[in-house]
Design a protein around this ligand. Structure first.
Ligand code: CO8
Length: 142
């Protein structure tokens, strides 16, 4: 999965996802796990303003409407608040291109708790790193 992100006003981040055929779950529609991954990515990207690494602690998705293959999804994500290391985030998805496109309809929502972590969190896995890490700014790859 690769998403393009732009940083808007305030703390909001917008990500675009082309719903490719390989993302199919039920016939003709996106797989819920793919949509969950896209939210995780978008909300993680929103946390970048903190300039500290974060990991996902808890993610909760509401799947409000089916999303057909061939859609372009817009995900808007933001930080709602922080308490100590806890970063509370939310996001919603809209279909902006494709057969079911309607930018006024929210087709899924997400609430996520992220935790800031130190470098030691990732040091434990440094021997297993696969490839070159992708820049956190603008483009993501999962
Ligand atoms: C740029 C692209 C961004 C991409 C984003 C993608 C991000 C990811 O997918 S990361 C991969 C998935 N996530 C992981 O692998 C994380 C695995 N889990 C862990 O490493 C640990 O459980 C971790 C770091 C989340 C928390 O552990 P730890 O640092 O020991 O936290 P801990 O001290 O127990 O708790 C800190 C606080 O968070 C709370 N907390 C921790 N985990 C949770 C949880 N799952 N649910 C609710 N609250 C939690 C605790 O209650 C505590 O709260 P308080 O400060 O009020 O006492």
């Amino acid at each position: 999965m690769a998403m393009q992100f732009t940083f808007g006003e305030g703390l909001e981040v917008t990500g675009m996802l082309d719903v490719a055929n390989r993302y199919q779950g039920g016939p003709g529609f996106i797989h819920g796990g793919i949509l969950t991954t896209a939210f995780d990515e978008a909300q993680g990207m929103a946390c970048m303003v903190l300039r500290r690494p974060v990991v996902t602690g808890h993610l909760q998705i509401d799947f409000a409407a089916p999303i057909p293959l061939g859609s372009v999804l817009e995900l808007r994500a933001r930080i709602d608040g922080t308490v100590r290391r806890k970063v509370y985030t939310s996001a919603e998805a809209r279909i902006v291109e494709g057969p079911f496109a309607d930018p006024d309809v929210v087709v899924a929502t997400s609430r996520g708790l992220f935790l800031t972590v130190g470098a030691e969190h990732f040091d434990r896995a440094k021997d297993f790193v696969d490839g070159v890490p992708v820049s956190p700014h603008g483009t993501s790859s999962v």
